[in-house]
Design a protein around this ligand. Structure first.
Ligand code: ARG
Length: 573
């Protein structure tokens, strides 16, 4: 990430200050910066531990310096006055302890309250996120659910920092399988041209046609004929293809609506002509890269052991061809700075090979562009095996989400919440809990690992769950619903209270966590690991609950309202 301005990121600013001081004190030593938060407040807020590895490196170069002296030399190169730092202590053992300035934090918190959240200013990037991307005629499964949730969250993050985001659904809507699907459609729903057939179970439809394809020679022949006709854009056959796509998309759209996902279809069919052009392009510009094997045109990109099949022996194209065409289009036509693929880890080899080909072809420059596979692990059942229904079928997403809604309703009723809410509020709460839980459970796990899907766990109101966060959010909202608070003009109030107290440890900790949002955003923009953001909000919610319990917000113990403003909490419980 090119950062023009770290905004309010304290950690980011500390990092650049220390990097510079170390480089000034010990030029060209090339030791990675060790800077972290301090677990024990006695030793400040942040700690720089670079002096030890620097001393070791110097020793290897036959220069003997004690870590404590190295630390002093680093300190000497730091600016004498840093607005947000109270003091910097150097320990004899070489630890550099950094204490933040409380007045600075108070001012920042006041600004946050009066001006709202400000994220770091970044150079605007054009970013494409390929996510969800199910295959037509095969229903979306939990793997696509992960891609949908992670991809959408990444898009939201990019949008929040002002990037130009292309949300792309690279659906599998092209290929020879459509021949058999079309043939089966003609037989099962002969009047499909007149009305959209009611194929409630597309998965079964797919299986039926596959069975016929494998067993019936006559059917197989027809299927091949339809493929040829589809490729030559025969009117009725294109309509049949469209019908199958529409049925599939209609189903997927219900899932997207539930989860509030916006995404645009730019699937494999979009690349029909582009695949033809691609092959021409390679033959003209990089003919040496292609080699013929058993009638196929294949290529081994630099450093890859498994080849890409660019043209099949029957002249047709493959998943490899469509991904090559898509990469070329995204980098050269769409001119993306970042091209992010949110796809399960199982496709890592395929994608890495495609990226290597893109580099060989000179379609992008790794030093300034980012082409990246955001990989994720499997969703597992309670038995720690791939998530399946009891009868061993893949779980339909709609069934899964409906189950979430049912469980959330039960939970709300169990807690007696339905009595305090209107019908409308109950529906809103139910959906927030159900879909929030499913999303958050996915995001809060390290995405590269497998995770066990458990409604029981995700609906817990303790621990790192959506319910716990929603609880904090509701508590905050309910403060603002009190008449005494509703009628206060916050901006005016802050203007008249230049320094907020922050003198209770609960307040101080909460303030510091709030001011770390930019640090978190920068971190996640780089790693695209959303669990880091979940950790941040979880910590924030925990500190808020502590603050709420320890400090007066609007009520005192006797129940009378003492303080009319939520943050003017100078009296303690
Ligand atoms: N349709 C593929 C699948 O369901 C995922 C596509 C991912 N995107 C890509 N550009 N290959 O497995």
């Amino acid at each position: 990430v090119t950062v023009e301005d770290y905004g309010s990121s304290i950690f980011g600013r500390l990092q650049s200050l220390f990097k510079k001081a170390i480089e000034d004190a010990f030029p060209g030593l090339d030791v990675p910066l060790l800077l972290a938060e301090t677990p024990n407040p006695q030793f400040g807020d942040y700690q720089c531990n670079s002096a030890m590895p620097i001393a070791a490196k110097l020793k290897a170069n036959k220069i003997n310096k004690r870590p404590g002296d190295v630390a002093k030399e680093i300190q000497a190169k730091l600016p004498t006055k840093i607005d947000f730092v109270e003091k910097i202590d150097v320990m004899p053992a070489g630890f550099i302890n950094i204490f933040l300035n409380t007045d600075y934090l108070r001012r920042q918190i006041s600004l946050l309250a009066s001006e709202g959240v400000k994220l770091p200013k970044l150079t605007r990037k054009r970013v494409l996120v390929d996510f969800s991307s199910p295959n037509i005629a095969k229903e979306m499964h939990v793997g696509h659910l992960r891609s949908t949730i992670i991809g959408d969250s990444i898009c939201r993050l990019f949008e929040a920092v002002g990037f130009d985001v292309l949300r792309v659904n690279h659906i599998g809507d092209w290929g020879t399988q459509f021949g058999m699907l079309i043939a089966h459609l003609y037989d099962r729903f002969p009047d499909f041209l007149k009305k959209l057939p009611d194929i409630s179970d597309l998965q079964a439809f797919y299986k039926e046609s596959k069975k016929r394809f494998d067993e019936d020679e006559q059917f197989k022949k027809r299927a091949y004929e339809y493929v040829v006709k589809l490729q030559s854009h025969d009117g009725d056959i294109v309509k049949a293809w469209n019908t199958i796509c529409d049925v599939s998309k209609k189903y997927n759209q219900i899932v997207y609506n539930y989860l509030d996902i916006k995404i645009k279809d730019v699937g494999e069919s979009f690349y029909q002509d582009k695949m033809i052009e691609l092959v021409k392009w390679v033959k003209t510009n990089k003919p040496d890269m292609l080699r013929e094997e058993d009638g196929r045109q294949i290529m081994f990109p630099t450093g890859c052991d498994i080849p890409l099949t660019v043209v099949k022996s029957d002249g047709g194209f493959t998943y490899d061809t469509s991904d090559l065409a898509a990469l070329k289009y995204r980098m050269l036509e769409e001119k993306c700075d970042w091209n992010i693929y949110v796809v399960d880890s199982g496709q890592s080899l395929h994608l890495e090979t495609v990226y290597a080909a893109g580099r060989d072809f000179g379609w992008y420059d790794e030093s300034i562009q980012r082409v990246e596979h955001v990989a994720f692990g499997l969703v597992l059942g309670d038995d720690k095996k791939k998530f399946k229904t009891r009868s061993g079928e893949t779980v339909r997403l709609l069934d899964l989400l409906s189950e979430g809604v049912k469980r959330a309703t039960e939970k709300l009723i169990e807690k007696g919440r339905e009595t305090a809410m209107s019908e409308e509020q109950l529906v809103a709460a139910r959906d927030a809990v159900a879909f929030g839980c499913v999303k958050y459970a996915d995001l809060s796990h390290t995405r590269t690992q497998d995770y066990v899907f458990s409604f029981d766990r995700m609906l817990e109101d303790r621990g790192n769950t959506a319910v716990y966060l929603l609880y904090a959010y509701t508590r905050i909202q309910s403060i603002f619903e009190k008449d005494e608070v509703k009628n206060v003009d916050l901006v005016k109030y802050i203007a008249s209270t230049p320094t907020l107290p922050l003198d209770h440890p609960g307040e101080f900790k909460l303030a510091k966590q709030l001011l770390k949002l930019s640090d978190c955003v920068l971190l996640v923009l780089d790693s695209l690991m959303l669990h880091q953001m979940c950790d941040y909000v979880y910590q924030l919610a925990t500190l808020f609950h502590d603050f709420y319990n320890e400090c007066y917000v609007i009520e005192n113990k006797e129940g009378g309202i003492k303080t009319i403003c939520p943050y003017a909490s100078s009296r303690f419980v």
